[in-house]
Design a protein. Structure first.
Length: 137
């Protein structure tokens, strides 16, 4: 990225948490991505999972529509295979690969499998609450 905004990759659970708790740190982080304070990044695999999971748990289409500005402002990136690191839950690997591929500042998640990794390259793995405190959102 050519600007100085903080870059983030958001795990699916951040979107779910934001739906269930509209004033939560997860919701504030998504709002910061939508308003351009933070630059979100995603791979097609990440976006596909987020939408699939939200539909599977029957999140209303109105919430999915509210996320459209998120996807429109987010920067699509390409995941990079990280052979030297595998996480306990293979479904989480796509988030690691997206963060490495985007040279992302923060991977944001509520998932203990990812949080225990702590860092991958220059990317710090944080909870939405921790990121919200860092950013002051």
């Amino acid at each position: 990225m050519s600007d100085n905004r903080v870059t983030v990759v958001l795990d699916t659970n951040v979107f779910v948490a934001a739906y269930w708790a509209p004033s939560s740190a997860s919701a504030r982080v998504i709002a910061a991505c939508i308003d351009g304070t933070v630059q979100a990044q995603y791979t097609p695999e990440v976006r596909s999972e987020v939408i699939r999971v939200l539909r599977t748990i029957r999140i209303p289409d109105s919430y999915l529509a509210k996320l459209e500005p998120f996807w429109e402002r987010a920067c699509r990136t390409h995941g990079v295979t990280v052979g030297y690191l595998t996480v306990d839950d293979p479904d989480d690997q796509k988030f690691i690969e997206a963060a490495v591929g985007g040279d992302t500042d923060f991977l944001v998640t509520n998932d203990d499998h990812l949080l225990k990794v702590a860092y991958i390259g220059r990317t710090e793995i944080l909870t939405p609450g921790s990121l919200a405190r860092v950013l002051g959102v």
